[in-house]
Design a protein around this ligand. Sequence first.
Ligand code: AMP
Ligand code: ZN
Length: 493
Amino acid sequence: MQLYKNNTLKIYNSLTGEKELFKPIHEGNVGMYVCGPTVYSNVHLGNVRTFMSFDMIFRYFLHLGYKVRYVRNITDVGHIVDDVDDGEDKIAKKARVEQVEPMEIVQRYTVDFHDVLKQFNFLPPSIEPTATGHIIEQIEIVRQIIEKGYAYETNGSVYFDVVKFNETNHYGKLSGRNIDEMLANTRDTDGQSDKKNPQDFALWKKAEPEHIMRWPSPWGVGFPGWHLECTAMSTKYLGETFDIHGGGMDLKFPHHECEIAQNEACTGHSPVNYWMHANMLTLNGKKMSKSTGNNILPDEIYNGGSPFLSKVFSPNVARFFMMQAHYRSILDFTNDGIIASEKGFNRLMEGIDILKDLQPGSTSTLDIASWQQACYDAMNDDFNTPILIANLFEGIRFVNLIKDGKETLTAADLKTLAETLNTFTFDVIGIKNEKTAANNSDKLEGVVDLLIQMRLEARANKNFALSDQIRDQLAALGIQLKDGKEGTTFSIQ
Ligand code: AMP
Ligand code: ZN
């Protein structure tokens, strides 16, 4: 259904600092690019939050009936330690320390990333391109930027000329930085740099002999700069101008600022219509960080082992916890906070369960249409999931009033209530519907009870061959029957 035709969606655009009406370039289609992980270590819960924000956004676009091309890359080369130009590649460094091939590091942490996202019920993006798979495209963009006069080659490396670019364009427009201030505050102390200005950034870096990840190029053997890959892959799969570009707040500068500069230098126009930035996850009020130990790994949520958690939580509860905050707000992770979310989550699930058995009445005493509209209004207001969830709880309040006989709904309204609650909870917020698994275990229990009954009857008829067969075949399947005073019980291994 093309619900987007009846929904006026507003998106906060980081570039303008305003909520703007969303108008895609091609009606009914959305092109969205989100910077993916640098696969040199396990993702932490903070990374998961950023990707989850965009998973929710992707899901809402799909719900509205848009055809979405969602591109989320894998950074497997070019991301230098500390996000600077001179230093070691994060992946190469890890490979050196562990004495393995860089691609072994990439493989290990890409698999880990996918495993984690699966646990949290993420939808896969439409395309997940890698930086190393797009070296030719990146070289081509460097060539074009040099041709347009915005980059220069020195000593086998190519740098983007920020000062030259700023003469005709605005370098700093996304992050609100001023180039003159930046130049005044940074000094090239060693005088050894190949750069004309310290603010210039690498498009292509010469590979020193010890550098393993290297490719031939018109400027010699080297490797691409970090910002370049996203320009190459977004342009390739979404075009020179596309609808949405997202990432974590900390990527605004330098990464996204440099992407804008590269695109504008190449094509003469801005690449993205709506820039979206997700806010950070902190832990007990402090930035989540690997080096200080102030972090939680996703699997510590559901498998335990974290000193910050008093018990384990299902990935569903962690997802619900994150969705209770707006994607542009800082979210502080605390043990008490997730315990409170678990209570809310259980209340929501119980309500949805009760709803299945409610019977319609002849009239409606509740305004379900307005309630449903409020759910859409929340999401249409820059994906406001906390307000949406408050509305879902209002829906659960209705469920309980109907159950207690205090209100009634017609069959049509009851259907709307059920469909809206289910759609937003499972399809949009992305809670995994575990009822299917629970239903299957209910069914299994029913079947085993039936077999226990048949075994009792066989025994009563002195058909011991049959009663033993039932017991033994169940045992072979790992289902143990235990005869006791209270009757026969079973356990499943
Ligand atoms: P990286 O692998 O370091 O490039 O990070 C992957 C994504 O996670 C980026 O979009 C970052 O902005 C985001 N990110 C990093 N730390 C946090 C955090 N503490 N909270 C939320 N997002 C984060
Ligand atoms: Zn990027």
